[in-house]
Ligand binder design. Structure first.
Ligand SMILES: C[S@@+](CC[C@H](N)C(=O)[O-])C[C@H]1O[C@@H](n2cnc3c(N)ncnc32)[C@H](O)[C@@H]1O
Length: 236
């Protein structure tokens, strides 16, 4: 009997080409993170999705990725390398261990819509950061800087031919942004092959900063190449 994949896992095999077409190159992101996090020796990637960033890390360090979506973890686990592993887990209960850097990329933590649940998730992830280590969170939509919702088309080519993806941001409802993804093979007028909707909570930058109080934490900001703002919190 075939396993029922989540909508997100159903288009996982398309995501490498799609991310590149959008200028979000995993190798560039991994190299940037390795440098700005001070060349960590163990990294935990929370909500790792397809595992592309950990797999593209420029050095063969100890890397663990986890995601609540078992279909995505299965996809990620096909990227076999020494020191690289992927497991099913949640932000609230991350894999045991301590890590020099804990990552949460591409607004993964903003998939937790409830402020208190997100606060608990940040606490659980902080507990996995070693002394002197860092936590790096790529921020997504911020209600103070959000532009009006728009639809964006991305086109790229795979061995199977031409793909198009339409990303449409629905209007904000109950403080939640519904981002709808529609995949077409051939052209925009061709039938939709995959469809998926992600719910994301716009979160103010101040909220994030408040989760990392001094003197234990020091916060600075950077940027993910081809992506969003990056909060880097260093633990004393
Ligand atoms: C936008 S994707 C980002 C994937 C990956 N970090 C990247 O940069 O491509 C958000 C990911 O967070 C995962 N996620 C959402 N809520 C989660 C939770 N409570 N625990 C673990 N993973 C979660 C989703 O399954 C999804 O793979």
């Amino acid at each position: 009997m075939s396993k029922q994949l989540s909508a997100h896992a159903a288009w996982a095999e398309l995501s490498d080409g799609l991310y590149l077409a959008k200028g979000r190159c995993p190798a560039t992101i991994a190299k940037h993170l390795d440098q700005c996090l001070g060349k960590p020796v163990q990294v935990l990637d929370a909500g790792c999705g397809t595992g592309a960033v950990l797999a593209a890390w420029p050095r063969e360090i100890d890397r663990t990725g986890f995601d609540r979506d078992s279909g995505l973890v299965e996809h990620a686990a096909q990227r076999t390398q020494p020191g690289l592993r992927f497991v099913v887990g949640t932000f609230a209960e991350p894999p045991a261990g301590s890590f020099q850097s804990v990552l949460a990329l591409f607004a993964a933590l903003q998939y937790v819509l409830d402020d208190e649940a997100r606060r608990q998730a940040v606490l659980a992830l902080q507990s996995r950061v070693t002394r002197g280590g860092t936590m790096a969170i790529e921020l997504g939509p911020d209600p103070d800087t959000m532009h009006p919702p728009v639809a964006i088309w991305t086109r790229w080519r795979t061995a199977e031919g031409q793909w198009w993806m339409r990303r449409a941001m629905a209007t904000l409802k109950d403080q939640t942004l519904a981002i709808k993804f529609e995949f077409h093979r051939g052209g925009p007028a061709s039938p939709v092959v995959h469809c998926d909707t992600h719910l994301i909570r716009p979160v103010r930058r101040d909220w994030w900063i408040a989760q990392f109080p001094p003197p234990l934490w020091t916060v600075r900001f950077d940027h993910i190449p081809g992506g969003g703002p990056l909060l880097i919190a260093s633990r004393a």
